[in-house]
Design a protein around this ligand. Structure first.
Ligand code: BGC
Length: 415
């Protein structure tokens, strides 16, 4: 996909004349690594003469930001650019809330440099209403090798049985196997990864993307919850109120062995100066082939005023510029959304993400992330979110969870 790319040194920031546009950007990038990455965007926008109004809404996974966005739109005062993704883009577009930046996209030929799967998500009625910044992989395991060494483990698990065996060993040795926090979306992220790992990509597509009743109530789904129950047993008791980046810090500091989280966790390791392969390990979570896709994008809302409209176009061009995609993603832990940016400066985890992305596109095992709002509309995702969190925090059986999930999906369908 990246063949024939120009060397990074030949790619410069867009040469647009100094812009005096302004943008208000609503986002949820508030952790150490995230703030560093969005800081790059703000600096680049301001360097072009624009005015950046920052509207951060804390809360990993973006659920709080989406609530704030709805309130702003209802009040008739939307921000000009919003960190938003997946089917949410289409939902806002259908409500007539979005502005297109298709003139910029055409002039810069975005169609030629974006993977078709992403380009389709960014368009409404064949016009670009959003610009993608990155590709985040969700199905990763992060580990502290020094902690694993304490129980004689020298490689990453490649099956869930292996993962469970290592986790049991760690637990016996008094070490927390898995760092996780208490946000429902963190539980759903774990579940997302387990669902692909235990069920495989075909199952994931059927049960989670197509919401097929037979797949939703299958024995495989019971097995997914069984593994999720095990995961609950591997976290420490102090998880209440813990954000995802604090969970990453536990792995960094040797207070836990593993975290299962998208590669925004790598942004935290990077911000702390940690080196993959030495200070921490990354490996795809056990699976049967597959890749859970998440991609951040900026979506443009209808605003009035020449200054704001100009700001949107400048921002669109900037986030899609090759040099920005490189700088931003080096800080963010993700890989560029553009296919023509060289990965020379990226680490081994990023290279692996890119290789596996291509392989999964080739063998049809790429799946959109449920937990990160890439797969299905919010009303359906909400049913998974509530049920998985309830399961995680009670002693509900797997069989009951499967029944309740199927009933929830039916309820959402009837609405
Ligand atoms: C976003 C990432 C972000 C993470 C945690 C994900 O949904 O795609 O960019 O770092 O949430 O906040």
């Amino acid at each position: 996909m990246r063949a024939g790319r120009p060397p990074v040194s030949a790619l410069a920031l867009p040469t647009a004349a100094l812009a005096d546009g302004s943008v208000e950007v609503l986002h949820w990038w508030t952790s150490g690594g995230e703030a560093r990455a969005v800081g790059e965007l703000k600096a680049a926008f301001e360097a072009q003469g624009g005015t950046w109004i920052d509207s951060p809404i804390a809360g990993g996974g973006g659920d709080a930001a989406m609530t704030a966005l709805r309130a702003r739109v209802v009040a008739g005062n939307p921000p000009s650019a919003v960190q938003l993704k997946g089917p949410g883009i289409q939902e806002w577009a259908e409500q007539g809330a979005l502005a297109d930046v298709d003139d910029v996209a055409k002039a810069e030929n975005w169609d030629a440099v974006l993977p078709p799967v992403l380009a389709a998500i960014m368009k409404y009625e064949n016009k670009y209403v959003a610009a993608p910044v990155n590709i985040h992989r969700v199905d990763w395991i992060w580990a502290n090798p020094a902690v694993l060494a304490k129980v004689g483990v020298t490689t990453m698990p490649t099956t869930w049985d292996e993962f469970n065996a290592i986790a049991d060993k760690l637990k016996e040795a008094g070490i927390t196997p898995l760092a996780n926090g208490s946000d429902p979306w963190q539980d759903l992220t774990l579940w997302d990864v387990v669902a692909l790992g235990v069920g495989g990509a075909e199952f994931y597509q059927k049960a989670i993307v197509q919401l097929d009743p037979a797949a939703l109530t299958s024995d495989t789904m019971v097995k997914v919850f069984d593994q999720m129950r095990k995961m609950r047993g591997y976290v420490d008791e102090g998880f209440a109120g813990r954000s995802w980046d604090l969970a990453t810090r536990m792995v960094m500091n040797g207070e836990a062995a593993f975290q299962i989280m998208g590669d925004w966790a790598k942004g935290e390791f990077a911000a702390a100066g940690k080196v993959p392969g030495t200070d921490y390990w990354c490996a795809p979570a056990p699976d049967q082939g597959g890749y859970i896709l998440n991609s951040d994008s900026f979506v443009f809302f209808k605003v009035s005023g020449e200054d704001k409209v100009k700001g949107q176009k400048v921002l669109a061009s900037l986030v899609m510029s090759p040099s920005f995609q490189e700088t931003f993603n080096l800080a963010k832990g993700s890989i560029p959304a553009r296919t023509d940016v060289a990965l020379d400066k990226f680490d081994s985890c990023a290279v692996k993400s890119h290789e596996d992305l291509l392989a999964s596109i080739g063998n049809n095992t790429l799946v959109p992330s449920l937990s990160q709002e890439m797969a299905i509309p919010r009303s359906y995702r909400g049913e998974f979110l509530d049920l998985v969190t309830q399961f995680y925090n009670t002693d509900m059986s797997s069989a009951d969870a499967v029944k309740a999930l199927a009933a929830g999906i039916e309820r959402a369908r009837a609405q």
